[in-house]
Design a protein around this ligand. Structure first.
Ligand code: ADP
Ligand code: MG
Length: 492
């Protein structure tokens, strides 16, 4: 193991151990056990059925699409699918939980063990194992800050389907934990099973953290609840690591407890210890039959899975010669890949074109988007126009340098690259006679340097190229310029 992830304490080095429990809201039009809508941002309590509001005698009816979404998710994360699973009641009292219990899967989850490959900044990959994924209902929302003396309840979220994904304690650094969530989010968005919107709460993480001496048994962990951004996740882990190390080094010991993250302070604080923890008295929900999934349905879902990020990276690397890191940057966001692949069909030079085009997407295009804080779907240059620009380069109509100017015009003024090259007279000059005249003129004006060059100062060649290009306003075809310069300098 590399030592770079270790933390230095007063008494030596410590290793962090991290396991995540992630709640991901299932993309579906209606809730897990009712027909009520799930759209985000609706007026409070407008998307609530009698089932969601816990009316006596109401019966839950399982939404098959939510089950299919969870199976897709499991397949996309290389997990086993359990053909027999069951729903349990998790009993507790809370004002935003009208039934007095949450329907979840405690003993027999729908999705079993799997694994995710996490991409790290040093180019390596780390496998993080998934323990299981189960389906459960979300609760409603209590609102305490609208009135000084009242609390309000919004049940729109009550009953919405969640997937709870539990990892093994396999992560050993903030980067591994953050990049795990990034990769998971990317895969779920490709699959279309969760929109991955952390700000709207579609993905929330509970972070289990412990520290140990490298090579020792696992230490006692704490669990920090409901962290909803990657930055907060990093802060919560760093804070917990420092707190636990100081505690142990000063002779204390970590108490297994649930903690809350305070984003304004960047700190975690105790919420409840294990002794105070609820006994949920899980038992099978008597209103629901066991969930049976047929092999034929699993096969059908497996066959309809889209190409996922890891497969795309492999394909881009082997067929277009991209570097793995560049390919990862292209595929991370589904929308970027879609942009890339939309223009790819227009690329004429199938050998060098795709790689050049990819470099332009991650270089020039990303640069322009970042400058104006735009997403790729808001790009002012369409994929097919960018592809046409690449074609102009590979067809030797413009140089890569002029192409940057053309891109600038495309971004600010709009229009196709061909029309810009035409109207601004940016076409590359390849005509040998025209270039020879200019080269001869440059050499005549610099006869002292020509003498030096002929005496052996080879380095001056670049100077001559620069002068010719300057005289041609950058429009000379570099290969032709080089060839003619060599010829005239060597008196051929
Ligand atoms: P419980 O049964 O008490 O809920 P689990 O074994 O299900 O505990 O683990 C819950 C989460 O805590 C998992 O994500 C797991 O990876 C993580 N975890 C377990 N032990 C540790 C540990 N020593 N340090 C950090 N995380 C841990
Ligand atoms: Mg648990």
């Amino acid at each position: 193991m590399s030592n770079t992830n270790l933390y230095k304490g007063e008494t030596g080095e410590w290793e962090v151990v991290i396991g995540l429990e992630i709640h991901a809201q299932v993309v579906s039009k209606s809730k897990l056990f009712s027909g009520a809508a799930t759209a985000f941002g609706a007026d409070p309590n407008t998307q609530v059925s009698l089932v969601d509001s816990g009316f006596p005698g109401m019966l839950p009816v399982l939404n098959r699409e939510c089950v299919r979404q969870a199976i897709r998710t499991g397949l996309g994360l290389n997990c086993e699918i359990n053909k027999w699973s069951r729903f349990d009641r998790k009993n507790y009292f809370y004002p935003d939980l009208p039934n007095g219990y949450q329907i979840s899967q405690f003993y027999h989850p729908l999705v079993g063990p799997g694994k995710v490959l996490v991409d790290l900044s040093d180019g390596s990959q780390k496998e993080v194992r998934i323990h299981h994924i189960h389906l459960e209902q979300d609760a409603g929302k209590s609102i305490h800050d609208l009135s000084p003396d009242k609390s309000y309840i919004d049940l729109n979220r009550a009953g919405v389907a969640l997937m709870e994904l539990v990892t093994e304690p396999d992560m050993r650094s903030v980067e591994e934990a953050q990049n795990f969530v990034k990769k998971l989010r990317s895969i779920l968005r490709y699959l279309g099973t969760c929109d991955g919107n952390m700000e709207e709460g579609s993905m929330r993480c509970d972070i289990n953290v412990s520290v140990r001496r490298p090579g020792d048994e696992y230490g006692t962990r704490t669990e920090t609840k409901n962290v909803n951004s990657l930055r907060f996740m990093g802060q919560a882990i760093e804070y917990e690591v420092q707190r636990q190390i100081e505690l142990i080094e000063s002779g204390g010991s970590v108490v297994q407890e649930t903690r809350l993250f305070d984003p304004t302070k960047g700190e975690t604080r105790s919420m409840r210890t294990k002794e105070e923890s609820n006994d949920y008295r899980y038992f099978p929900d008597p209103d629901l039959l066991p969930l049976i999934v047929e092999q034929a349905e699993i096969d059908e879902l497996r066959e309809s899975l889209p190409e996922l990020p890891d497969e795309k990276v492999n394909r881009y690397v082997t067929t277009f010669g991209l570097k793995p890191y560049d390919a990862q940057v292209l595929v991370m966001e589904k929308e970027t890949t879609q942009y890339f692949e939309a223009g790819l069909t227009d690329i004429k030079n199938k050998k060098e074109g795709p790689k050049l085009y990819a470099n332009w997407v991650t270089g020039e295009l990303f640069g322009a988007l970042n400058k104006e804080s735009l997403g790729v779907t808001e790009s002012k240059v369409s994929a097919s126009h960018l592809a046409s620009l690449i074609n102009l380069i590979t067809d030797n109509i413009i140089s890569g340098k002029i192409a940057k100017d053309v891109f600038g015009y495309m971004w600010t003024e709009g229009g196709s690259p061909e029309s810009i090259v035409e109207s601004k007279g940016l076409k590359q000059v390849t005509d040998e006679d025209e270039i020879r005249t200019i080269v001869a003129d440059v050499l005549a004006k610099n006869d002292a340097k020509v003498t030096e060059y002929k005496a052996g100062k080879d380095k001056l060649f670049g100077f001559f190229v620069g002068q010719v290009m300057k005289a041609m306003q950058g429009k000379g075809n570099p290969e032709v310029v080089n060839m003619i310069l060599k010829r005239l300098l060597n008196d051929e």
